[in-house]
Design a protein around this ligand. Structure first.
Ligand code: 5GP
Length: 185
């Protein structure tokens, strides 16, 4: 992918606080854009179609795969998630830095397709903190939390494939660290 802007791969286990960090990054960095993914998961309360995600049916998602519309896609806890390629390319060609907030399987695909990307993995201070954050969010039923926790244990093993790891034990510090990485040469 030829581009003027930087492609940033941003991954972390479910519940690690990467969404909270992301909100701050977007507020503080006017040259940064978040790629809006497509997903087959149901919207959570407060989520808006086209803002957090493009919420699509499984059939529509399959059609998007067939049309070659995804830079990467993966199945995560029973739902599909994918990065629409064209939107990312357009923003990069405008000189914007584009951040992909995606899980590990998609992350591996992006590293292969775009070896020049900057990769950042957000780590929890501990697995206990991660569990209490997942439960505290109160948005998912117990079986979903249990599944996400199991997935998270596997996810953190991918951290070593990323160029940078940032431990989220202090929000402001983590935000600054990620901004420094994005703006480093
Ligand atoms: P959630 O359901 O909590 O919004 O997202 C579940 C996981 O899917 C998170 O780790 C999130 O980063 C990841 N995700 C969101 N969009 C994409 C995408 O386009 N591709 C991939 N591979 N993962 C995604």
């Amino acid at each position: 992918m030829s581009s003027k802007g930087k492609l940033i791969l941003y991954t972390g286990a479910s519940g690690v606080g990467k969404g909270t960090i992301m909100k701050q990054l977007l507020k503080k960095d006017p040259g940064l854009r978040l790629s809006v993914s497509a997903t087959t998961r149901e919207p959570r309360p407060g989520e808006v179609d086209g803002r957090e995600y493009f919420f699509v049916t499984k059939d529509k998602f399959k059609k998007m795969i067939e049309d070659g519309g995804f830079l990467e896609y993966a199945e995560y806890c029973g739902n599909f998630y994918g990065t629409p390629q064209k939107a990312v390319e357009e923003m990069l060609s405008q000189g914007l830095n584009v951040i992909l907030e995606i899980e590990v399987q998609g992350g591996v695909q992006v590293m292969k397709k775009c070896p020049d990307c900057t990769s950042i993995f957000i780590m929890p201070p501990s697995m206990e903190t991660l569990e209490s954050r997942l439960r505290g969010r109160n948005t998912e039923p117990e079986d979903v939390i249990a599944e996400r926790l199991e997935t998270a244990k596997n996810e953190v093993t991918y951290a070593k494939m990323y160029q940078h790891t940032v431990v989220n034990d202090d929000l402001d510090k983590a935000v600054e660290e990620v901004l420094d990485i994005i703006h480093s040469k």
